[in-house]
Design a protein around this ligand. Structure first.
Ligand SMILES: Cc1cc2nc3c(=O)[nH]c(=O)nc-3n(C[C@H](O)[C@H](O)[C@H](O)COP(=O)(O)OP(=O)(O)OC[C@H]3O[C@@H](n4cnc5c(N)ncnc54)[C@H](O)[C@@H]3O)c2cc1C
Length: 371
């Protein structure tokens, strides 16, 4: 957070080598919150005006989270519109193999495979190429991208794909070669994207994107592959310490300072039901396990959430976690997440609508400070 340069960020964030924060893996995994980032910058003396662009991006994340709370199955269905141009299932082979012929995009996909990261603009390019140029339905490719991202987050990922292809927005997003060249500092020409914007509407699927393949999920996680991961049944039979409280962590809640002065058993549950629907590649899992090492005394358990809750109840433990749409058991106690705008927890029909409310809240906050 100390390295953030808000003015530089505002000026360059759309460039693939721009001064972005690279904080999303830590925000998505619940290690730090968007509210902490905002607070940190204000405490360092940056003005809200200087940080406006960044605060707006943080608000995008919060907006998506709020939509998710109201539309829990958004990874499965079109939230606002049904796009009629999405005629195909699967993913273009050239995208999966990073061989589309658009050099910047191929580099972006290779980087995703190697590092688990991808710049926001590159994610938009890939999604628009798959959905709006190759006309593939968003569900499978969004799951493919999700499985490789260190920052994988259901709301940000699936709603962004839906935003690009018009399922969560009123128009399709397109970028041509000129735009890609500008933001990647490249000068490629003569590609299938080297066309004026008005031609996108009538363009046929280019031959480079014609061949489709189904996405093969990373193989189901075996506890034996990772020495620190134990099966639910092994964990169940461990001798229990005297404390009756269990603090539950998930791959989306790895906050190392949460209730850290409390005497409690701590478990990171890798829920096999969630992993079956929302797969996690090996690199991503390794990242999650590394983050879990920040939590003292934590056990990592692989198992089904319902069966886990049965064990908890049978052993007379109370279970507490942080609120998150992927954890829905009614027998768990929930702490609030750390929100930027806790007062706006309803469903906003658009980001613009949400942001207007946030701006008003910010103005009021500032007025209070100046009084
Ligand atoms: C197709 C697609 C898929 C995406 N999938 C994910 C995902 O699985 N997980 C995820 O965290 N983000 C996702 N995003 C949003 C965005 O690309 C990343 O949050 C951003 O690239 C993270 O890099 P950064 O931390 O350097 O961002 P910065 O630009 O430095 O922004 C700071 C923070 O603001 C938030 N933020 C910034 N841009 C967005 C955005 N467009 N939407 C939501 N929040 C934003 C993030 O929490 C980010 O860490 C996706 C975007 C697209 C277009």
């Amino acid at each position: 957070m100390d390295d953030i340069k808000p003015s530089e960020y505002a000026r360059s964030r759309n460039f693939l080598d721009g001064a972005v924060t690279q904080l999303s893996p830590y925000i998505s995994r619940g290690v730090i919150s968007t509210a902490q980032v905002k607070q940190h910058l204000l405490q360092k003396g940056f003005t809200p005006k200087t940080c406006e662009r960044l605060f707006q991006q943080l608000a995008w994340r919060e907006y998506f989270q709020r939509v998710w709370q109201h539309v829990p199955d958004l990874h499965l269905r079109n939230v606002k519109n049904t796009p009629t141009h999405l005629q195909f299932q699967g993913i273009p082979e050239s995208v999966l193999d990073a061989k589309t012929g658009i050099h910047a995009i191929d580099m972006g996909i290779k980087q995703l495979y190697e590092t688990g990261t991808m710049h926001n603009h590159m994610r938009m390019y890939v999604a628009m190429m798959v959905c709006n140029v190759a006309k593939c339905d968003w569900r499978e490719p969004a799951t493919w991208m999700y499985s490789h991202l260190l920052d994988a987050d259901v709301a940000s990922n699936f709603l962004s794909w839906q935003w690009v292809c018009g399922a969560f927005s009123s128009k399709l997003y397109f970028a041509n070669q000129e735009n890609i060249n500008k933001y990647s500092h490249s000068n490629q020409a003569g590609t299938f994207l080297d066309i004026p914007y008005e031609d996108f509407g009538t363009m046929n699927v280019p031959k480079e994107l014609n061949q489709k393949r189904s996405f093969v999920s990373p193989s189901t996680l075996e506890a034996a592959e990772f020495p620190e991961v134990m099966s639910l049944w092994k964990w169940r039979d461990l001798p229990r310490a005297s404390n009756k409280q269990l603090l539950l962590y998930t791959p989306y809640h790895l906050d190392p300072v949460w209730r850290n002065d409390e005497n409690a058993e701590r478990v990171l549950l890798l829920d096999t039901q969630v992993l079956g629907i929302l797969p996690m590649g090996k690199k991503v899992l390794e990242f999650v396990l590394d983050l879990a090492k920040n939590i003292k005394g934590i056990s990592v358990v692989l198992g089904d959430m319902n069966e886990f809750m049965e064990v908890i109840q049978a052993q007379g433990l109370t279970c507490r976690t942080k609120e998150h749409p992927l954890v829905t058991s009614s027998t768990i106690l929930y702490d609030e997440r750390d929100w930027l705008y806790p007062e706006y927890d309803g469903y906003s029909p658009s980001f613009f609508h949400f942001w207007k409310k946030c701006e008003n809240a910010q103005k009021k906050e500032l007025q209070k400070l100046h009084k």
